[in-house]
Structures are given as structure tokens and as C-alpha cells.
Design a protein around this ligand. Structure first.
Ligand code: FAD
Length: 471
């Protein structure tokens, strides 16, 4: 490919702007297409690029936190989003909070100052052919663009080749063109239904047991057994717990297979015990009997540092999830790497569709960046913009960028969204230490583990930058 090749970026949010910056830094021309102010998503309100649609906080800036580590790595990779946040910071303890108006203006000004940057204020409804294009249209991608993405993924809305009845039924029961409801295909989703993820070393192994139902296959599930009394109390707390209110543009018609756990609890006293908490075929080796109910935890990554609470998608607030789920035996001291949620969120099944360069496997001209790749959060979205921009730049230069090491936060997040092992149950993910490769050596205290994670991450980032000639 020639040096003068232009890159099209669709969407001028956090990821699109970060991708543009990485390309411009390396001398490449960028044509960005942003639909504001011609058209606004239901959450976007201001005309500037890189709008923070909700909180003005980019979460922790502290290096004893995975969010802080990701930011520090991005600083070292010359991130525009983090530089603009550092410049427009407002006091917020250990968090990196910003003046949102100044922040967006700063990002836009920096891009506009670049000679090779051109901004078009128009909605894109067709992905241009035969050019390198980065799709960064975010969790509220316009409807026309969502249809176009669906087309290029080869999965027309409701006629996709899908293995799971779940998706077939969603397609049958909703017309995506008109419905604001719960719909999606095997490759493209419009709502998420996220179950919490627990850090493995916070589970009390004395109170749980490994087993698969009826001892079929390998015992891959950690089972948390509940007595009848524990189950009844747990259900009452689910019913009473505070829930997150739906946004005005969220009209979730829940699919039966993805009902929030509290909705199931409200259906009847034993609905959960016959649903996600059913104990059949699970004999507790501590008592020799089948418990009244169980919560099943499934490994979220190969290293086994994270466990998913199977079927526990929820709209409970985060503090309530922490309080109520800690009532589950074995989870008394559970630390949550990700909380459950259900909200409007356009994202693709990256593990099956994208290579680690964030390129579509079946069309190498097309890259995805930002929340649409299945990461969750401002910084995470910008991080995937950063990598998409760098990868595109390398391709124009006739080179190949190796993925960042999995000891780094950015590399671990990339691995999570592009590793095919999670394709079947892929759900958006925020950064957390559990994603990073396990540390060598003996068992460490939590604090020491974090310190070691950070030093290994920053060292391996520097080595990677040297290897890839990144300055
Ligand atoms: C309501 C809501 C609240 C959120 N709150 C938070 C929060 O508080 N903290 C947090 O960390 N994360 C939050 N997120 C999640 C996520 O981090 C942000 O949405 C983040 O902005 C995603 O970055 P992005 O660049 O992928 O997408 P966006 O920042 O949304 O950027 C996408 C851009 O693409 C444009 N666009 C869309 N379709 C087209 C098209 N067809 N043609 C041209 N342009 C188009 C949009 O106008 C937008 O400017 C929230 C998400 C939502 C939906």
C-alpha cells in the first residue's frame, strides 16, 4: 500500500479521535466522518468530537488499579484522549475526572491543527469500498449504519447462520428496523445482558465444589450451594434490591433466555431454583446431597483467574450486587472484576470476527475500534481506538504490528476481545487485573500482586515499543 493512502474513520467519538491521532502522528492522512450535529444519538448532546455522554470521570488514575495502569500505558503510547484528560482535569481524588466541555474541545482542537486531518459532518450509511476504514460508531451506532455493519458481517439482521436458538428466536420475535427492543444476530448485538465476574482468589473454596451436572464431561463449574433458608433470603434481597432505571431510549423487551435474575425472582418463589439456580445433577461432596439451589460459576479465561456468574445478568445497582451476591455461600468476600448490567449497546462478536489487529477477518480493509468491539468504558474504548489507529498505520507502511504483550493492560484487553475461546458467550468487558497473564512465582498478597502486575506491564510495554520501533 502506498504511503499517501488515506484512512476513513467513521465516528468521531473517543475511539475514532484516538485512532485518528495515532495515524496523524505517523504522518498519514485521515478523513473523519461524524454525524453530529446533522444527527444526534439519544445520548449525545454537544457538537464537539469525543463527547463524554454520561459521567465526566475516566475512572481511577492510580497505578494500584487496572484502570490507572491502562491510562499510564496509553500515556506512554502518546494517547490524545489521555493527554486531553490530563490537561482538562478537575479534582476528583484518585480518579481522572475532566471538565467535559474543555476536554472535548481540546481533542477537537488538537485534531483540527493537523494538516492531514479532514472532518466531514455527515452520517455514513455505507462503508466505502477499496479504502482502509475504521468503524468507531460506538454503542449507539445509527440504525442505518448498524444495518450496513450487519450486511458486511454477512449476517443480515434476521437471516444469519446462527447456531443458538436464542438468537434465532430474537430475530423472529423482533423487527430490528422498527423495534427498540432486545434484538441482535450472532455477530451484532444491540443490547448487552452482562453477568458479573468474580475474581477467583476471592472465592471461599471451602464452601463451594467443582462439578458438572450429572458428572457429565469434566467438572468445569464451581458450584455455590444454598440451603432453602439461604435461597429464600437471597430471593427476598434480589426483590428488594435497588435497580438501575432504564434510560429514556431503552425499551428493553427482555428475551426469555436472558431475563435479569431479579425479574425471574419476581415470577415466583421457585422460579430461580428451576432456572439459573437449579441444583439437579449436582451433589455437594461436603454433604452428599443435592442442595436446594446452586449458583454456578464458570471460568471466564483460560488462566482461571476470573469466574462468570452463569445466568446472573442483572439491573441491580453495583453496590447492591456487591451486597446481595456476597450472601451466596463461597462468595462472602467476593471481589467483582465486572458488575452485571443490561443496557443499550451495539457491539459485535469480536472473538469470531476480528483478528488481533482489529481487522475484520473476512475483509482486511475494515477495522473496528471502541465500544463496538466489545470493550466497556471510556478509556477502554479509546484504547481500542489507539490500537486500531496504530495497526492501520503499520499496514499503510507495509509493516505488521505485533499485538501488545498480554502482561500489559491494553494487550490483555485486546486478547480478551479477540480470543476465539470466548466467542460463544462473549459479553463486553472492562479492564481489570484478572485479564492480565498470571504472575509467575509463589502466592502473593493482593497488594503485592498489583505492584508486580504494574511493574511487569510497564516493563513489557517498553520492550514491545522497542521491538516494534514505536516512539
Ligand atoms: C448512555 C451511555 C452512557 C455511558 N456512560 C459511560 C460512563 O459514564 N463511563 C464510561 O466509562 N463509559 C460509559 N459509556 C460507555 C462508553 O464508554 C461510551 O459510550 C464511549 O463514549 C464509547 O466510545 P466510542 O468512541 O466507542 O463511541 P462514542 O464515543 O459514542 O462515539 C461514536 C461516535 O460515532 C458517531 N456516529 C454514530 N453513527 C454514525 C454514523 N453512521 N456516521 C457517522 N458518525 C456516527 C456518534 O455521533 C459518536 O460521536 C456509556 C455508554 C452509553 C451508551
Amino acid at each position: 500500500m502506498s504511503k499517501s493512502e488515506q484512512v476513513i474513520i467513521i465516528g468521531g467519538g473517543l475511539a475514532g479521535c484516538e485512532a485518528a491521532w495515532q495515524l496523524l502522528r505517523r504522518g498519514h492522512a485521515v478523513q473523519m466522518y461524524e454525524m453530529k450535529p446533522q444527527k444526534f444519538s439519544p445520548a449525545h448532546k454537544i457538537e464537539n468530537l469525543a463527547e463524554l455522554v454520561c459521567s465526566n470521570s475516566l475512572k481511577s488514575n492510580s497505578l494500584d488499579n487496572a484502570h490507572g495502569l491502562l491510562k499510564e500505558e496509553m500515556r506512554r503510547l502518546h494517547s490524545l484522549i489521555i493527554a486531553a484528560a490530563d490537561k482538562t482535569v478537575v479534582p476528583a481524588g484518585s480518579a481522572l475526572a475532566v471538565n467535559r466541555v474543555l476536554f472535548s474541545r481540546e481533542v477537537e482542537d488538537q485534531l483540527n491543527q493537523q494538516k492531514k486531518f479532514t472532518l466531514h459532518r455527515t452520517e455514513i450509511t455505507e462503508i466505502p469500498k477499496d479504502v482502509l476504514a475504521i468503524i468507531a460508531t460506538g454503542p449507539l451506532t445509527s440504525d442505518a449504519m448498524a444495518q450496513e455493519i450487519s450486511r458486511i458481517l454477512g449476517s443480515s439482521y434476521c437471516e444469519t447462520q446462527i447456531s443458538k436458538t436464542k438468537y434465532t428466536e430474537i430475530c423472529k420475535s423482533n423487527n430490528p428496523a422498527t423495534s427498540g427492543g432486545y434484538y441482535g444476530t450472532r455477530d451484532l448485538y444491540f443490547y448487552d445482558a452482562i453477568a458479573p465476574i468474580v475474581e477467583a482468589d476471592s472465592i471461599n473454596m471451602n464452601n463451594v465444589f467443582w462439578a458438572s451436572r450429572y458428572d457429565k464431561g469434566t467438572p468445569d463449574y464451581l458450584n455455590c450451594p444454598l440451603s432453602e433458608e439461604e435461597y429464600k433470603r437471597f430471593r427476598q434481597e434480589l426483590l428488594a434490591g435497588e435497580k438501575v432505571a432504564a434510560k429514556s431510549f431503552e425499551d428493553v423487551k427482555y428475551f426469555e433466555g436472558c431475563l435479569p435474575v431479579e425479574v425471574l425472582a419476581a415470577r415466583g418463589e421457585d422460579t430461580l431454583a428451576f432456572g439459573p439456580m437449579k441444583p439437579v445433577g449436582l451433589v455437594d461432596p461436603h454433604t452428599g446431597v443435592i442442595p436446594y439451589a446452586v449458583v454456578q460459576l464458570r471460568k471466564e479465561n483460560t488462566a482461571g483467574t476470573l469466574f462468570n456468574m452463569v445466568g446472573f445478568q442483572t439491573k441491580l445497582t453495583w453496590p447492591e450486587q456487591r451486597r446481595i451476591f456476597r450472601l451466596i455461600p463461597g462468595m462472602e468476600n467476593a471481589e467483582f472484576a465486572r458488575y452485571g448490567s443490561i443496557h443499550r449497546n451495539t457491539y459485535i462478536n469480536s472473538p469470531s470476527l476480528l483478528s488481533p489487529s482489529l481487522q475484520l477477518k473476512n475483509n482486511k480493509n475494515i477495522f473496528f475500534a471502541g465500544q463496538i468491539t466489545g470493550v466497556e468504558g471510556y478509556t477502554e474504548s479509546a484504547a481500542m481506538g489507539l490500537l486500531a489507529g496504530l495497526n492501520t498505520a503499520f499496514i499503510i507502511e507495509g509493516k505488521k504490528l505485533q499485538p501488545p504483550p498480554v502482561q500489559t493492560a491494553i494487550g490483555a484487553l485486546l486478547r480478551y476481545i479477540t480470543s476465539t475461546e470466548s466467542a460463544d458467550h462473549f459479553q463486553p468487558m472492562n479492564i481489570n487485573f484478572g485479564l492480565l497473564d498470571t504472575l509467575r512465582g509463589k502466592k502473593l498478597k493482593k497488594r503485592d500482586k498489583k505492584i508486580l502486575h504494574v511493574s511487569q506491564a510497564l516493563q513489557s510495554l517498553n520492550d514491545w515499543k522497542t521491538d516494534q520501533y514505536l516512539n
